[in-house]
Design a protein around this ligand. Structure first.
Ligand code: FES
Length: 229
């Protein structure tokens, strides 16, 4: 199958926090997801920004990985992590099944995957299949979508662990400037396959796709701004 091309031509964007200050790569807490709003792939869409660690909280250097799109069999190369430890990654926070967004899709950090079912408040439930997928793939943390239970592997390009999604989460390609510690979003990969909910487009509102009663809160937001270069 052909490789899925990364989208180019997006502006290089500096990642800043909600007060407009640049996010410093070395200050991102290990294993704590930040929900960011990027211009990737479309204006205002949420992304996860993560400094991934192991179960002891040590940053994990993430190597490039081949990601398969189960729906088509297409493959693409995810470039791996950036930052001082090569552990910082970013992905779209729009579930590729029917488009659920945070807080319905979220990151379960190491040491929480196994206990999440017991400790999590409603409607935060981790399916037994999700726990089994994390264990069998030897990943200490996962993305899980509460809407229908899809799971993704944060350590390997947000590849699909369990359905019903048949598409990985698109990855935002990051650059790290070691002299300033700043992070830049420079492109997306894995995009071009969007969730086809009832209205055929990525949904901002899970209710319209799923017909259930959901709340409307979102996680911590940050924003990005364009740079001169
Ligand atoms: Fe995420 Fe269905 S929208 S599993």
């Amino acid at each position: 199958p052909p490789e899925v091309a990364a989208i180019s031509g997006f502006p290089k964007s500096l990642l800043v926090d909600s007060s407009g200050s640049p996010i410093l790569a070395s200050k991102i807490p290990v294993n704590s997801p930040i929900i960011t709003i990027y211009e990737y792939p479309l204006t205002g869409e949420p992304n996860f920004l993560l400094n991934l660690g192991d179960s002891s909280g040590k940053p994990v250097k993430l190597s490039p990985a081949t990601v398969v799109v189960p729906q088509t069999g297409d493959k693409y190369t995810w470039p791996g992590g950036v930052g001082p430890y090569g552990s910082i990654v970013s992905y779209s926070a729009i579930c590729q099944h029917l488009g659920c967004q945070p807080p319905y899709i979220h990151f379960y950090p190491p040491n929480h995957v196994n206990s999440a079912q017991e400790s999590a408040p409603e409607p935060d439930t981790l399916t037994p299949q999700a726990v089994a997928a994390a264990q069998s793939n030897h990943v200490p943390a996962i993305f899980h979508c509460d809407c229908h239970g899809s799971t993704y592997d944060p350590y390997h390009g947000a590849a699909v662990l369990t359905g019903p999604t048949v598409r990985p989460l698109p990855a935002t390609i990051l650059e790290w400037d070691s002299s300033t510690d700043y992070l830049y979003a420079v492109g997306s990969i894995g995009v071009g396959v969007y969730p086809t909910g009832s209205n055929g487009v990525p949904s901002k509102d899970p209710k319209s796709d799923l017909g259930s009663s959901f709340g409307s809160s979102v996680g911590t937001k940050t924003v990005v701004k364009e740079t001169e270069n």
